[in-house]
Design a protein around this ligand. Structure first.
Ligand SMILES: C[S@@+](CC[C@H](N)C(=O)[O-])C[C@H]1O[C@@H](n2cnc3c(N)ncnc32)[C@H](O)[C@@H]1O
Length: 255
C-alpha cells in the first residue's frame, strides 16, 4: 500500500473538492499534512492562488488562508467564491506580486504555504522561494507545483514541432523563447535544488498529470475515476513521475 493509498483511507475528516487528474495527488499530499497537524487551525499562504481552487476548500476545512495574487480579476472571483462558500471571514485576498512577496508577508508566521503554477512565470524564482521559506514557521510546510520540462518536450515533438522540442530540451531554463507562455520549466533535480537552496527539506515529489494530457478526450472523459486512480498510482514512481506535465514538491522548513 502506498502512502497516498493510506491517506485516501483517512479521507473522512477533510472532504476537499471533487478529485481530478489536476488535483487528486496534490490534495492527497495536503490532506496528509492536515491530518498530521491533528485538526489545528492553520495559517495558510497561497501565492498566486488565483480564484481559490485550493484556498476556499482549505478555508472550508477551518483554516485561515491569505491569497497573494497579481490579478485583481482573479482575486475578485476568489472573494465571490469564498462568500458563496460561507468562508469569507477565513479568506484574505491580497493583490501583490510574488516577486515582492518578502515585503507582503510577516516572516515565520505561516504553517503551510502553497505556490502552484507560479514559479514558471515570475521574474525571479529564487527570491520567491526564499520568501516562501522565510514566511514559514519552523516546521511549516511548502506545497510547490511547477511545470515539467520533459512533458513539454514530448508534447511538442508528438505534435510535430521538433524544433521547439529541441529548444525546450536544450534551453537552460526550459523555455522555447519569447513566444512561450512560460519563462522556465523544471525537472525533478532542478526543482528540488531550488527548494533546498532556500533551506527547505524536500519530503515528497509527485508527478501531476502523468497521463491526463496524453490521452484522447474520449478516454479521459469516459473513465474519469479510473484515470484518477492510475494517476495516483503512477505519481510517485519514476520514470512516470518525471514525465508528468507538472511536478509537485512537498517540502518543510526544519523545526
Ligand atoms: C496558472 S495560475 C495558477 C493558479 C493557482 N495557483 C492554481 O494552481 O490553480 C497562475 C496564477 O498566478 C498569478 N500570477 C502570475 N504572475 C504572478 C506574480 N508575479 N505574482 C503573483 N501572482 C502571479 C496569476 O494571476 C494566476 O492567478
Amino acid at each position: 500500500m502506498t502512502r497516498l493509498d493510506r491517506v485516501e483511507q483517512t479521507r473522512g475528516r477533510f472532504t476537499g473538492p471533487p478529485l481530478t487528474p489536476r488535483t487528486a495527488v496534490i490534495w492527497s499530499v495536503l490532506r496528509a499534512e492536515l491530518e498530521r497537524r491533528g485538526g489545528t487551525e492553520l495559517t495558510v499562504l497561497d501565492v498566486g492562488g488565483g480564484t481559490g481552487g485550493f484556498a476556499v476548500p482549505l478555508a472550508q476545512a477551518g483554516h485561515h488562508v491569505t491569497v497573494v495574487d497579481a490579478s485583481p480579476d482573479a482575486l475578485a472571483a476568489l472573494t465571490r467564491r469564498a462568500a458563496e462558500a460561507g468562508v469569507a471571514d477565513r479568506v484574505r485576498a491580497v493583490q501583490g506580486d510574488g516577486d515582492a512577496l518578502a515585503g507582503l508577508v510577516e516572516p515565520a508566521g505561516v504553517d503551510l504555504v502553497l505556490c502552484h503554477a507560479v514559479l514558471e512565470v515570475v521574474d525571479d524564482p529564487v527570491s520567491v522561494v526564499t520568501a516562501l521559506a522565510t514566511a514559514l514557521r519552523p516546521g511549516g510546510a511548502a506545497s510547490v507545483l511547477v511545470a515539467g520540462r520533459a512533458a513539454a518536450v514530448l508534447a511538442r515533438a508528438m505534435n510535430g514541432h521538433l524544433d521547439v522540442a529541441d529548444t525546450l530540451a536544450t534551453d537552460p531554463a526550459g523555455t522555447a523563447g519569447a513566444r512561450d507562455t512560460l519563462r522556465r520549466r523544471y525537472d525533478v533535480d532542478g526543482a528540488s535544488a531550488l527548494l533546498r537552496a532556500a533551506g527547505l527539506v524536500v519530503e515528497e515529489i509527485h508527478g501531476v498529470r502523468v497521463l491526463a494530457d496524453l490521452l484522447p478526450a474520449a478516454v479521459a472523459d469516459g473513465q474519469p475515476g479510473a484515470l484518477v486512480e492510475l494517476e495516483r498510482a503512477l505519481a510517485g514512481r519514476p520514470p512516470y513521475r518525471d514525465l508528468a506535465a507538472q511536478l509537485h514538491l512537498f517540502a518543510r522548513r526544519p523545526a
